[in-house]
Ligand binder design. Structure first.
Ligand SMILES: [Zn+2]
Length: 314
């Protein structure tokens, strides 16, 4: 990460590889072993990856409860993200766009006068495009070269390849900064949030959406929870999100459960990892009522994804 704002507890600077990325505590213990032997590949990081439960080696902080990937491999993540392409992600845009609209409505309710927006980890630029169709002057930053190329070609949105802080955004401030399913992918969440705090306009807000590792679904499914995946290197709870905010000079304004939108077919295929749905799913591929049902888009709130709006501590 080309961060110019390095926190004292950034993993690469820490004295101990087991030090918590959020609160800096040395009291961390091994929590889950690495699920596979081979080295990481860009394909492991696809947003649409469905190898639930497969992760890097994880540790848990006894102080703040943050669960994080053991040091070493996380340093290679950025290089892998730059090479990432994710055709399934591009294909699932019609449902993702509904979630972006839903989040933007929440943002506008919180800050009706906001006009400038930065989306970090912008993917194919869906949120940037939707924000521009409302009242926002919006720009996005995304590490994957192929996703940025697709976004610029298809949508003519302003998307910068790379990470935040970004040289081409130096000196710019924003009324709204969004990190939708991003902080669980980065190895220096405190540094990233500090950079966001520094780029906020007066009265600006940061929206963070991330899985909640203490949610009911997470506790019921244990280490088979669908958010345990190789690309996720940090797992937050209410407690560690509060610690993150404090470390970054932010305070939490509002907290809610994020709503998602899925095609029934997508849900059924994902559920087949937990339930014997294979035969039903095969039948749905044939023409008929079940097939039509499978193409419907439904709102889903599994209460295991947290959305938080942060403001600067003045
Ligand atoms: Zn901690």
């Amino acid at each position: 990460m080309n961060s110019s704002v390095k926190p004292s507890n950034a993993p690469e600077e820490s004295a101990s590889a087991g030090q918590c990325w959020i609160c800096g505590s040395e009291r961390t213990v091994p929590w889950k072993s690495r699920s596979f032997e081979r080295p990481l590949q860009p394909e492991d990081l696809r947003i649409t990856d469905s190898h639930y439960g497969a992760t890097l080696a994880l540790r848990r902080c006894s102080e703040c409860g943050f669960i994080f990937a053991a040091a070493g491999e996380v340093q290679s993540l950025l290089r892998l993200y730059e090479q990432l392409n994710d055709p399934d992600y591009v294909a699932s845009e019609d449902t993702r766009v509904l979630q972006m609209r839903w989040l933007l409505a929440r943002i506008r309710k919180e800050r009706p006068a906001a006009r400038s927006l930065l989306d970090i980890g912008a993917g194919t630029g869906l949120l940037v495009r939707e924000a521009r169709s409302l009242v926002f002057e919006a720009v996005g930053v995304e590490p994957s070269r192929s996703l940025v190329e697709a976004a610029i070609k298809n949508r003519q949105v302003e998307l910068l390849q790379g990470t935040f802080p970004h040289l081409r955004l130096a000196g710019r401030t924003f009324d709204v900064i969004t990190l939708v399913d991003v902080i669980e992918h980065v190895s220096d969440p405190v540094g990233l949030l500090r950079s966001c705090a520094a780029a906020l306009a007066a009265d600006g807000i940061v929206l963070v959406v991330t899985p909640d590792v203490r949610s009911l679904a997470a506790r019921l499914l244990g280490k088979r929870w669908w958010h345990f995946r190789v690309a996720h290197v940090g797992y937050f709870s209410r407690n560690s999100l509060d610690a993150l905010a404090a470390a970054a000079g932010l305070r939490s304004l509002r907290r809610f459960r994020a709503q998602w939108f899925f095609r029934v077919e997508y849900l059924a295929e994902r559920l087949a990892h937990y339930l014997p749905l294979g035969a039903v799913n095969r039948r749905a591929r044939r023409p008929g009522m079940l097939g039509r049902l499978y193409q419907r888009i439904v709102p889903v709130n599994l209460h295991d994804s947290t959305a938080i709006i942060f403001a600067k501590i003045l």
